[in-house]
Design a protein around this ligand. Structure first.
Ligand SMILES: Nc1nc2c(ncn2[C@@H]2O[C@H](COP(=O)(O)OP(=O)(O)OP(=O)(O)O)[C@@H](O)[C@H]2O)c(=O)[nH]1
Ligand SMILES: [Mg+2]
Length: 396
């Protein structure tokens, strides 16, 4: 195996495209890699075609690589891992946990169609899972160039800014860049320039987040793969700390302690992975079926799993896609905590009832132990939709 090692020359950020089905997320993702790759051999970016992104197979042709919906690219100042999120409603579940790792997001809105249900749902979810910065790609701008159509794009822009403001993103300040992923992919210079402008907006508007490098290592497992002849691999974003080959780790959920025998990012071996990196870890002697999405790999003894906690929770209103009826003690929804998805019993104490639109304190008893800590955010879902979002205030 002669793989080139990953060399950390630029700060690394995690980003993604989100937005309504068919608004052009995958096309734009491909266009971004194409525009950057065409800057030259030392651009640090390889073009990833639409088919390569959209196929999202489980094939492990790239070795112990990460989730194939991820692509990587480099601008002049940064290295990005980019996840292209499908717009279809069924995939929102993936987004709930996937988006938790994002430092920023590109909200793709078709200038032809405007704000649609999943546009709004994704903005709401992004807010809930702690994505603090959004840049808007007003896509398909090539299709709304003249006359009344141009007015339409202006209206859509206003509509998106309002939506963002309504969710606390300060819509007036958010960069809204008119792009055409499709025409940029075709190499039309006017539209490749639009993609460059979008990337400039991302580079400048999404700040470098604080990384907790000194904390004990923690990674919440997004995916588990087997590499024939090598063993079990877990993938995910390093939440805090650092990890190297030879480090001892504990897999919480699986109840095993083991040694990391490989660390890679995008198929490239790494000397050391650190908070914020999207990585694949090869774990010694761990059977494939003992580890699952939602388990946590951490420095031994650094986290204590629990199942009882108190939280401040906002119950979404029906207008935000939430429930139309109140939540009461005894309610038993799914809790999405990091990459885990666990059932939990809600106890509202003396308040007893929480109406859509209310913010309440609740005690939750989960169906199984997960690593918990104050300040941890989570989403509450029921029947395939998000009904509440909260933050852990105390662990019992
Ligand atoms: N005119 C025009 N069409 C576009 C543009 N970008 C994408 N499209 C078309 O819109 C359709 C959807 O594009 P995708 O990139 O698959 O959209 P998506 O948002 O990834 O869709 P899902 O993953 O299914 O949610 C395709 O037919 C594209 O060719 C654009 O900039 N201009
Ligand atoms: Mg797509």
């Amino acid at each position: 195996m002669s793989k080139t090692a990953y060399v950390r020359t630029k700060p690394h950020l995690n980003i993604g495209t989100m937005g309504h089905v068919d608004h052009g997320k995958t096309t734009l993702t491909a266009a971004i890699t194409k525009v950057l790759a065409e800057r030259g051999a030392d651009s640090g970016t390889r073009y990833v075609s639409f088919d390569r992104i959209d196929r999202a197979p489980e094939e492990a042709a790239r070795g112990i690589t990460i989730n194939l919906a991820h692509v990587e690219y480099e601008t002049d100042t940064r290295h990005y891992a980019h996840v292209d999120m499908p717009g279809h409603a069924d995939y929102v579940k993936n987004m709930v946990t996937g988006a938790a790792q994002l430092d920023g997001a590109i909200l793709v809105v078709s200038a032809l169609d405007g704000v649609m249900p999943q546009t709004a749902e994704h903005v709401l979810l992004a807010r809930q899972v702690g994505v603090d910065h959004i840049v808007v790609a007003l896509n398909k701008a090539d299709a709304v160039e003249d006359g009344e159509d141009a007015l339409l794009a202006d209206l859509v822009e206003l509509e998106v800014r309002d939506l963002l403001t309504a969710h606390g993103y300060g819509g007036d300040a958010v960069p809204v860049v008119r792009v055409s992923g499709l025409r940029a992919l075709e190499g039309d210079p006017r539209w490749t320039a639009s993609v460059e402008a979008l990337l400039d907006a991302v580079d400048t508007y999404v700040p470098m987040p604080e990384r907790y490098l000194d904390a004990p290592f923690l990674l919440s497992v997004e995916n588990v793969l087997t590499i024939t002849g090598r063993g079990t691999v877990v993938t995910g974003a390093v939440e805090r700390g650092t990890v190297r080959v030879g480090d001892r780790v504990e897999v919480l959920g699986a109840g095993v302690e083991t040694v990391v025998t490989g660390v890679e990012t995008f198929g490239k071996p790494m000397e050391e992975a650190q908070a914020g990196d999207n990585v694949a870890l090869l774990l010694r002697g761990v059977a494939r079926d003992t580890v699952r999405r939602g388990h946590v790999v951490a420095a031994p003894g650094s986290v204590v799993p629990g199942r009882r906690f108190t939280a401040r929770v906002y119950v979404l209103s029906a207008r935000e896609g939430g429930r139309s009826t109140p939540v009461t003690t005894g309610y038993r929804p799914q809790f999405y905590i990091r990459t885990a998805d666990v059932v939990g019993d809600v106890d509202l104490g003396e308040v007893a009832v929480a109406r859509p639109g209310d913010t309440v304190t609740m005690t939750v008893e989960l169906g199984r132990d997960v690593p918990l800590e104050s300040g941890l955010g989570f989403a509450v879902r029921e029947g395939g939709r998000t009904v509440a979002a909260g933050t852990v205030t105390a662990v019992a």
